[in-house]
Design a protein around this ligand. Structure first.
Ligand code: C5P
Length: 218
């Protein structure tokens, strides 16, 4: 049997990352945060002055991304880039360049190469639709924009980044619109994905539900 994959897709700040990391921990699986790869590409593009519509240059950058993820740390070459890739500007740039087909293709092999025994929990936008269409379990996490904005706002404040809830909500809606309306790998649930709205659930409750689904399938 192929190495099992659990695909967790959903919009920004739906709790995917936290839930996927907890799941991986609970099951002893590897964890792929695919957004990190788009963010790392965006960060390097920003630093090297590559325009966000220069598809060939961005794809070349993505194909040779010197990235390594260890626990919660993201290394770009020798640099710990964990914080640098998390800024709002890098997130918006990642969302823009992730609409380019050549960039997505360039990151495909890298993402698939992380599928290793005993299993992988993969989080992103197209894990269940494009990258791992044969995933054994696919979950599509959603939450109301207001609930997601409140979570993201709390997160930013706790990191000492000053911003308002209104500003966060506005940026979130912009990113949602871009991610769902693009013509390539638009954010949409796989046909066989199980939807889970987490607006009223905390992390433990969400993880519990997904683990229950997983046990029914393994
Ligand atoms: O999930 P995260 O916010 O880190 O992702 C940053 C951006 O990268 C998203 O807004 C999305 O446009 C893009 N992305 C993607 N496909 C993925 C993961 C992220 O297009 N699998």
């Amino acid at each position: 049997r192929p190495v099992p994959v659990i695909a967790i897709d959903g919009p920004t700040a739906s709790g995917k990352g936290t839930v996927a990391a907890h799941l991986a921990q609970a099951l002893g699986f590897h964890y792929l945060d695919s957004g990190v790869m788009y963010r790392a590409t965006a960060l390097l593009a920003q630093r090297q002055g590559i325009a966000l519509d220069d598809e060939a240059a961005l794809a070349a950058l993505a194909r040779h991304l010197p990235i390594r993820c260890e626990g919660g740390t993201v290394w770009l070459g020798p640099e710990n880039a964990s914080d640098a890739i998390r800024t709002e500007a890098v997130g918006q740039a990642a969302s823009t360049l992730s609409a380019l087909p050549a960039v997505r293709r360039a990151l495909l092999d890298l993402q698939r190469s992380l599928r290793r025994a005993p299993g992988l929990v993969a989080d992103g936008r197209d894990m269940g639709t494009v990258v791992f269409p044969d995933a054994r379990l696919k979950v599509f996490l959603t939450a109301d924009a207001q609930a997601r904005a409140e979570r993201r706002h709390k997160q930013l404040i706790s990191k000492g980044i000053s911003t308002t809830l209104t500003q966060v909500l506005h940026e979130l809606e912009q990113r949602d619109a871009r991610d769902t309306q693009r013509s390539v790998a638009a954010l949409k649930p796989a046909q066989d994905a199980l939807p889970l709205n987490t607006s009223a659930l905390d992390v433990d409750q969400t993880v519990h539900q997904v683990l229950q689904w997983w046990r029914q399938r393994s």
